[in-house]
Write a protein that binds this ligand. Structure first.
Ligand code: PCA
Length: 216
């Protein structure tokens, strides 16, 4: 069985994106009997959905985890819901900055992750990794890819979803004030464990959010 693990190229003028560094380092590894196939997605609204579709067609995975950087977040952030909305706060890598448009016209308002999100959060925490659930993947390219992933795989019974990772310490050192950060080795360990947990269970549809946290 193949696991598709995607990361993104650097964006917003940065020279590195931990999501791709994590994915790249796990490429070719066998986790719980499954082969990890990593792909780097362009951080552009125009190209990312096609690159994702190509990766799905080639890798034919049984599990898909898409990774992205969420600068400012302190933990491994397991996303629960992708919304059918693009509202870019900065230009993408092609200079495009669409505002208030759907990811897909005439498509559902949202899709839930089909990863075992709570088992992943609890397993990561038990292993000493800061991890939490998130009710918003934003409205930039990460949310677009998450939405496309869940939309393209809807009804296929596959386990798929999105995880945001924090900035690297070197990125935090360049920001003023410093954003929270997590070292690359810790991020790699956490995502490896997240894959193992997702592979170990069934793929239950995430129930409705019950944590009472406001969507920001
Ligand atoms: N993070 C951005 C896009 C690429 C990435 O790694 C986001 O959160 O939308």
């Amino acid at each position: 069985m193949n696991v598709l693990l995607t990361g993104f190229e650097p964006f917003g003028g940065d020279g590195i994106n931990p999501s791709w560094e994590v994915a790249r380092s796990l490429h070719g590894q066998v986790i719980a009997g499954a082969l990890v196939q990593s792909r780097c997605l362009p951080t552009t609204f125009a190209e990312a959905p096609r690159a994702l579709a190509d990766a799905l067609a080639v890798v034919r995975p049984g599990l898909v985890i898409a990774l992205g950087l969420a600068s400012g977040r302190a933990d491994i952030s397991i996303e629960r819901v992708a919304v059918n909305l693009i509202d870019a706060r900065i230009p993408d890598n092609a200079g495009e900055q669409p505002r208030d448009v759907p990811v897909r016209a005439d498509a559902p308002a949202a899709h839930f992750s089909t990863l075992p999100v709570k088992a992943m959060r609890d397993g990561l925490r038990a292993a000493g990794h800061p991890a939490g659930l998130s009710l918003s993947a934003g409205a930039f390219v990460c949310n677009q890819v998450f939405y496309e992933l869940q939309h393209q795989l809807a009804g296929r019974g596959l386990c798929s979803g999105f995880i945001h990772v924090p900035a690297l310490p070197e990125q935090a050192a360049r920001s003023q004030p410093a954003v929270p950060s997590m070292g690359l080795a810790a991020q790699i360990d956490a995502i490896k464990l997240a894959i193992a947990i997702a592979l170990s269970g069934d793929a239950p549809l995430a129930p409705l959010p019950d944590e009472g946290a406001p969507v920001s």
